[in-house]
Design a protein around this ligand. Sequence first.
Ligand code: SF4
Length: 224
Amino acid sequence: MIKGKISEIFESIQGEGLFVGERHLFVRFYGCNLTCKFCDTHLTYFEEYEPSRLLEIVAQRRNGSSCVVFTGGEPLLQTDFLKEVVGRTKEAGFKNYLETNGSMPEALEEVIEYMDIVAMDLKLPTSTGMPGFLKAHTRFLEIAMRKDCFLKAVICLSTEESDINEMIRLFHENRIHATVVLQPNSQELSIRLLKKIDQFKARLIEANIATCMIPQLHKIIGAP
Ligand code: SF4
């Protein structure tokens, strides 16, 4: 029987993105294929679960929540296990919400039919300190847009306008219709950063891309 490596299962309010403030049940997958310099999720612990055991815990902790968020790390690194689980949560009446770094389109194709919401990170090189993922992001978005999809880009003091221009090009060349959430790097929250985000937001809106700025609410109010 296939097993998944899970770091934590908890109920909380959604602290990021367009569904911020909703009560969700979170399943955090262990492991990530990227090394973003602003990463605040350093997972050192996991337990192995069979899908049926994970489903039992999800049902026990439901507490009125109608949405299960598969987050990480990167959940798509464990595609076979994820596929098994999301099929069952869907049958149990949950909405499936995937938080992903958008770098593994082939894995997304395996599970997209079971997903309701896809929250995809746009990894900007001058934010992450890593090379860009434009090709993978483009293919990923083509698949993700079959469902309710939005993008999140973490903006740091180091983020350069050239990355915003690349984002605009990606949207226009591939006819992408999805809202972009600009999320300030919580470790650098400052007036200077917020001003920079305002400028980027204006630039994106000028390019006809729906854009908003949403900080990490759970960090502000001290939720898990
Ligand atoms: S993709 Fe997410 S979990 Fe992985 S390194 Fe980047 S911020 Fe951290």
